[in-house]
Design a protein around this ligand. Structure first.
Ligand SMILES: [Zn+2]
Length: 320
């Protein structure tokens, strides 16, 4: 069903990611068909999330935090090559990272040899020490900014976490970094906008992009650290060829339709924030009163203050 739906949706919208009309999302039928969650083959499942195979040697851990189990809150995953396995994200608790490492061992015969932490937020970074077990000590990769922000802001500091990050290999802050897994090269691209330092992690064949929190799928993003114009720019830059798979920081595995809907939503938030700012309405008031247009479909709010945070982030930028 999905490929047909995607084609008809793209035909209706002109296929231009940046300028999709809200009208393209208008009918309930379009919504129902276009936004059927994309799933890979589930290879392991826990109350906190499920591991889905996205491609040969590529798995996404899709967290299900609304269940109340906080072992993992963010998504992440594994990319396996002949010479090593890269794990993406440190997760909320060490038990989450440990669980993913154990699945790596089962699925590939190997404990992760590399770990990338996409940004400093606790739900992506605070369990990174879970990958260290006995003789197993994968190389941790993070930007210098991310490593420093974890140290400064993620309190209370935990000695094991600090130790796991102490020897972190610095990812390029302006240039991409390539991690060689033998028969597979993983490209880590620097960006910003969700936090001062974000990265995406991707392979080219097949095209799979682990987006960190530059993409949230059907969950409204947290603007707590956002510079919204940079976030929009970074999110647009995630787009690859048709058929690419996107692992969002939160929410189900995504395709280009999901990414397009997210980009339209970011633009809609900008429009609403500029409008309220221009009319002199307080950000807290504007956020509390705000609702996303129904044409954008269902969006889960982790927290009821998330609209207010989005407006406040835009107001901060507009005041400059
Ligand atoms: Zn985040």
């Amino acid at each position: 069903m999905l490929p047909i739906t995607r084609r008809s949706f793209l035909a209706a919208s002109g296929g231009c990611a940046g300028h999709l009309a809200l009208a393209a999302f208008a009918t309930p039928e379009t919504r129902r068909l276009a936004w059927t969650p994309v799933h890979g083959r589930v290879v392991a499942s826990e109350p906190f999330g499920r591991l889905e195979q996205v491609a040969e040697g590529v798995w996404a851990l899709i967290s299900t935090p609304l269940s109340g189990d906080r072992t993992t809150l963010s998504n992440g995953g594994l990319i396996a090559g002949r010479a090593g396995v890269l794990a993406i994200e440190g997760f909320n608790q060490p038990e989450g990272a440990r669980w993913l490492a154990e699945r790596s061992k089962e699925l590939t015969g190997r404990w992760p040899t590399h770990v990338v932490v996409t940004h400093y937020h606790a739900d992506h970074a605070n369990g990174v020490q879970g990958y260290v077990a006995g003789a197993e000590h994968p190389t941790v990769h993070a930007t210098t900014a991310t490593r420093d922000l974890v140290r400064e802001r993620n309190q209370p500091a935990v000695a094991e976490r600090t130790a796991a990050l102490r020897d972190a290999v610095a990812l390029g802050a302006t240039e991409s970094t390539t991690i060689d897994l033998g028969d597979r090269r993983v490209v880590v691209r620097p960006a910003s906008g969700h936090t001062p330092s974000d990265v995406s992690v991707e392979i080219a064949d097949p095209q799979v992009v682990f987006c960190g929190d530059l993409l949230w799928n059907a969950m409204f993003p947290n603007y707590v650290d956002a510079v919204p114009s940079l976030l929009t720019r970074s999110a647009r830059a995630l787009r690859r060829a048709k058929g690419a798979r996107y692992v969002p920081g939160h929410g189900a595995l995504a395709n280009e339709t999901d990414l397009d809907r997210y980009l339209v939503m970011l633009d809609e938030i900008e429009r609403a924030a500029r409008d309220a700012h221009g009319r002199g309405i307080d950000a807290a008031f504007a956020g509390a009163a705000y609702q996303l247009p129904s044409g954008l479909g269902e969006w889960t709010l982790f927290n009821t203050v998330f609209f207010e945070r989005a407006f406040a982030a835009w107001y901060k930028e507009l005041a400059r």
